[in-house]
Structure formats: structure tokens, C-alpha cells
Design a protein. Structure first.
Length: 237
């Protein structure tokens, strides 16, 4: 089982640092990890360290920053290389841009740079223009990734689908039917891989998607996961 976080397990907040994880969600994920025999991973645009802070004391298998970093079920961290000096210069430019525009929040994830405009949706084109200009200066090694009221600059060649494929080649995921639940444009890469593997892709919320199933929102996701965990544990799996 692969789970996106923001917009899937948690409702979106105006800023990514404003979300909070309640004890019941942590307990649910712990039950799901037991129910799946450890085959549970978070697949997120957040950094793995950020996920650990959110869900402490749990340290689940996780893909962070859209697959640029990945902790497998054994706890080993896989980091994909990227041109550090170029991204640091881009980070400084985006931070300056955000400081000049009220309602724009700059998030430096380490390997991804994000401009959030949930508090200023009227500035969408301004934000996209600034991010596009910085990405163009970085060159072909980097790409833009759009999301819900956020645009990110990240090293190219990695996405959530590739991270899921890597998990599926490893125990305890290998040879099992995958499920991925997500809500955003970035999750479509994962849905495509899940569909190719004959698994169950689940889109949260409205909007076009290649996912095969739908859930309305984070509350419905958590209700469904509670039923999944209870059914698996009752069967002794």
C-alpha cells in the first residue's frame, strides 16, 4: 500500500508547515503497517525528514521529494544525485521572489524548491512565470512540476511512479498487488505505474485522472483505510 500525504491522509493547509497529525492517524498507519506485513510506504512531495517529524515516532518506508530520496522497508536511504550549487542559487532567487509578494510561501526541501500560492491564488501566473524563468536558467537537468496551488523546480528524471516501481522490486512489496491513493497531478505518475502492474489506483477528490477508483476526501480515505486494516488483521495477514 502506497499513500500520498497532503490532500490524501491530511487536508491541505494554507502552508505546508501548518498541518498537524493527530494521534488517531498515527495509530491507523501503525495498524496498516502491521496488516500489510510492512508493505506500507508514504509517497510524498515532502522530504523524508519532514515526514518523520510529522508522523513521529513512526518511521515508515517513504519516498520523499517526488522520489529523489527514498527509504526502503529495511531503513536504507537512497539519494539521487543532483547539481547542488545550481539549485542553491535558484533557491536564493525564489526566496527573494517570495519575500516580495504577500501570500507566496517559498519551501526549500533540499532537492526540490516549491512556491506555494494557496494564500494568493490570483498570483498564479506571476508565480509560474518566476518559476519558469528560474528553471530555464537551470537548464535541461531540471524541470517544473505543477501541483495544487504550488509549482516546484526539481531535478528531472524522477517521479512518484518510479519510486513505486523501485519499492515493488523489493521485499516486502515484491510479488504483491499494489494500491496507491493520491490526490494531485504529481500522483498521476504513480497511478499509471499501478495500473500497469494491475493494482488499484485511487484518486482523492475531483478532477480528471487515470486512476480507476475515487474517494471524496481525506476523511473518506481514513475511513476506508480503517476498514482495510480491520479486514486484514481479522484475517490474520
Amino acid at each position: 500500500m502506497f499513500l500520498d500525504v497532503d490532500g490524501t491522509l491530511l487536508e491541505h493547509a494554507e502552508r505546508p508547515d501548518a498541518v498537524r497529525v493527530d494521534a488517531s492517524l498515527g495509530a491507523l498507519l501503525a495498524r496498516l503497517e502491521r496488516a500489510t506485513g510492512g508493505a506500507l510506504a508514504l509517497i510524498s512531495g515532502r522530504a523524508v525528514a519532514d515526514l518523520d517529524a510529522l508522523f513521529a515516532p513512526l518511521e515508515l518506508a517513504a519516498a520523499g521529494q517526488h522520489g529523489l530520496e527514498r527509504r526502503d522497508a529495511s531503513g536504507r536511504l537512497h539519494l539521487h544525485p543532483f547539481p547542488v550549487p545550481a539549485l542553491r542559487r535558484a533557491a536564493a532567487r525564489l526566496a527573494e521572489f517570495a519575500a516580495r509578494h504577500a501570500g507566496i510561501f517559498f519551501e526549500d526541501k533540499g532537492r526540490n524548491l516549491a512556491l506555494h500560492y494557496r494564500q494568493a491564488p490570483q498570483l498564479a501566473e506571476t508565480v509560474r512565470g518566476a518559476a519558469s524563468a528560474v528553471a530555464a536558467e537551470l537548464g535541461a537537468e531540471f524541470e517544473l512540476q505543477a501541483g495544487k496551488l504550488v509549482i516546484e523546480i526539481k531535478p528531472g528524471g524522477r517521479d512518484k511512479g518510479l519510486a513505486i516501481e523501485e519499492f515493488m522490486r523489493e521485499p516486502p512489496f515484491r510479488g504483491r498487488t499494489p494500491v496507491f491513493v493520491g490526490d494531485d497531478l504529481t500522483d498521476e505518475f504513480g497511478f499509471g505505474v499501478i495500473n500497469k502492474l494491475g493494482g488499484h489506483s485511487i484518486k482523492v477528490g475531483i478532477g480528471p485522472s487515470c486512476a480507476r477508483w475515487r474517494l471524496a476526501g481525506a476523511a473518506e480515505v481514513r475511513d476506508w483505510l480503517e476498514r482495510c486494516a480491520a479486514a486484514q488483521l481479522s484475517e490474520g495477514h
